[in-house]
Design a protein around this ligand. Sequence first.
Ligand code: NDX
Length: 261
Amino acid sequence: MQCSPSLVGALSSVLVVLGLLILWLYGRTPTRYGKHAEAAAEKPLPQERRRHLPAKCAWFLQELPAFLVPAVLLALRNPPHFAPLGCRLLGGMFCGHYFHRTFIYSFLTRGRPFPLHTVLFGMLFCVYNGFLQGYYMVYCAEYPDDWCNDIRFTSGILLFLFGMGINIHSDFLLRKLRKPGELNYKIPQGGLFVYVSGANFFGEILEWFGYAIATWCLPAFAFALFTVCFVGPRAYHHHRYYLRKFTGYPRSRKALIPFIF
Ligand code: NDX
């Protein structure tokens, strides 16, 4: 396969447009899964009356393509070797994140069942994004020999690891709020939840901006922007939900960015 810069440009632009569309749609009304499925249940859409999948199964199926598609592109690389920096960044950071999300997070989650159509949209999205990131890093990315000493590379890797740490720890704190089989909501405590309601989302955003800075490429920045557009409004709606539901909810806590928003 050859690198086509116009294909990369077109797919990245679509990702940005999708992100902005989602920001416009979900800025006003929350995505209808998890705690916002409760409100949706009062006025279900026709597709929401149909089938749901258990959360473990939904997360596994939804996220698997984001791991598998770039992994297959890496394996099919001709000649197949892992030496170029782009391949190592893709394998270590992008596939590393989705390995965790697919094979660890999905088996640990204690979340609610997902509407089937949401899972299908999620899968489609992960195929698309997995292909874009994988195709670019395997076939297009070229770095100077001293890129590993560049401040963008080192700061990006550190930001990615820092964000991943926050994200995994915050998802762990959320999981600990429930015993197996429970589906009720409690006030998140500890870690970065002391400062924000969407600590896991804040970590996810840092992660993808770290990846974008370390790889310094259009597809990665497009995905980081998409992440802000999708999880940003979700953090905001979670925050409003908590303020409505819990009278004792800490007033100093922000929605997404500590001390700011
Ligand atoms: N999956 C990213 N729109 C999404 C799936 C849905 O990885 O087509 C984006 C991802 C997809 C979405 C994905 C893209 C856009 C789609 C959408 C479906 C429709 C939409 C395709 C791919 C679409 C159009 C048509 C416009 C194009 O019961 P519960 O489930 O609420 O339990 C929760 C629990 N919990 C609590 N427990 C007790 N007490 C409390 N107070 C609790 N609060 C929460 O914790 C869950 O079990 C768990 C986490 O819940 P929550 O709501 O905090 O996080 P969640 O949204 O479930 O995300 C989980 C993790 C998190 O780390 C987050 O950062 C990451 O996944 N994530 C999520 C979404 C997208 C994404 C990352 C990214 O863009 N990078």
